[in-house]
Design a protein around this ligand. Structure first.
Ligand SMILES: [Zn+2]
Length: 408
């Protein structure tokens, strides 16, 4: 196999950031409904000639260059402008009661005097821990709309996106972004607050110079541009027999409707300093948030993204496609927040990244009606030859951030 061959426009030469543990194979966030099989137009993490990635630059920039007092003032002015005196909803906090949404709703309600409506696009398969956290979040004093899409449609889309994109999480992400603006429009609410900015994860830093999320993430103008499960909208209708109704909940808002509505989709992380560990402690203290009593497979942490059984598998698929698993994402973040050193992070990544998530695996495969053998065959189709090599019948990464890589 040609070891220089790359799939889906991945950069041919693998480079690791010298400051965190991410590599230049990490894709930037794109609007999920534009995600095609060949990842046409995909853009990957930028690492400069000194070996520093955009996410690390962003972290420094946030520490030194941003005037957080001024940013908070901007937030207070915004709240003053939109706060409804009669107590009716004036902002939406999308989320499922994880640490981030608990923090967002608490601070908006109690510090800035807003009346948030919480909106939940539920996990594909709730974990018991996730559901308990959701309940205790709502029990601390929020109204909530949970929108459960047609379960049969959901299941079929999860199955199809796994087969076509090795992306079992796509249908969840689509709803998570696309449903809150529609609910805002129904209730005449103008503000939607998500948590961190995309730039915190390495998307171009320019994204954090403004508080508004780009509307390209949650609007569309032509159905011809829509892809779900790597399949054109028209093919989903004709070939897979989904009705217009079936798909509508997964689609973004029409651009002209969005423009008319004057809804603002914002990242609270633009206004306030966002430190995952502090956000976690805050959620534990104020919203009854509890971590899982065991670590998540594929990483060492116990408290992020623990409400969906599919989450563990999702990170396993990023390990297959980009060589970047859950421990890498977690450790990179923690280096930037100075909770661990890079050496410690390298060790954690070498130990846990790519660990197979067998805890819920069988159950997920039954749910999406894919046989385990078939799932592994799909995985193999998504291994880019420049990332993977097969030695004595098992797959090895050619390069890792430490010394585990076959070609290092
Ligand atoms: Zn970095």
């Amino acid at each position: 196999m040609d070891k220089n061959k790359t799939c889906y426009n991945l950069p041919e030469k693998i480079v690791f950031c010298k400051y965190c543990v991410l590599s230049n194979q990490r894709p930037h966030s794109v609007a999920e409904f534009k995600h095609k099989k060949n990842r046409e137009g995909a853009v990957y993490l930028e690492i400069d000639k000194n070996g520093k990635c955009d996410a690390c630059k962003m972290a420094e920039w946030k520490k030194d260059k941003i005037n957080w007092i001024k940013r908070e003032k901007e937030l207070m002015e915004l709240c003053d402008k939109y706060r409804k005196k009669d107590g009716s909803y004036d902002c939406i906090v999308p989320g499922s009661g994880g640490k981030d949404s608990s923090f967002q709703s608490y601070i908006l309600k109690n510090k800035y005097g807003m009346n948030p409506l919480t909106v939940t696009w539920p996990p594909i398969m709730y974990t018991d821990y996730g559901y308990k956290n959701f309940k205790s979040w709502i029990d601390t004093g929020y109204d909530n709309i949970s929108f459960h899409p047609n379960g049969d449609v959901m299941k079929k889309l999860v199955s199809l996106s796994t087969k076509n994109l090795l992306h079992p999480f796509q249908a969840f992400i689509l709803g998570q972004y696309n449903m809150p603006p529609k609910i805002a429009s129904k209730y005449d609410i103008k503000l939607i607050f998500y948590g961190e900015t995309h730039a915190d994860y390495g998307s171009p830093i320019i994204e954090t110079s403004k508080s508004l999320r780009s509307k390209s993430f949650h609007t569309f103008s032509n159905l011809k541009d829509i892809y779900i499960a790597g399949t054109k909208y028209s093919d989903l209708r004709e070939k897979y027999k989904f009705s217009e109704r079936d798909l509508s909940n997964f689609l973004p808002m029409k651009e002209e409707e969005y423009e008319k509505s004057d809804i603002k989709v914002l990242a609270l992380g633009y206004y306030l300093r966002w430190e995952p560990q502090e956000v976690y402690y805050h959620a534990v203290e104020n919203s009854g948030f509890k971590p899982r009593p065991f670590r998540s497979q594929g990483t060492y942490s116990k408290y992020s993204s623990i409400d969906d059984k599919v989450d563990d598998l999702h990170y396993y698929t990023t390990y297959i496609k980009f060589g970047i698993g859950r421990a890498t994402y977690d450790a990179a973040h923690e280096i930037r927040n100075k909770h661990i050193t890079r050496d410690e992070a390298v060790e954690l990544v070498e130990k846990y990244d790519g660990e197979f998530p067998d805890r819920y695996f069988k159950e997920i495969m039954e749910y999406i009606n894919i046989k385990p053998e078939e799932f592994f065959e799909i995985c193999d189709k998504f291994r880019s030859p420049h990332l993977w090599t097969k030695k004595s019948n098992s797959w090895k990464l050619r390069h890792t951030v430490g010394k585990r890589g076959e070609d290092d």
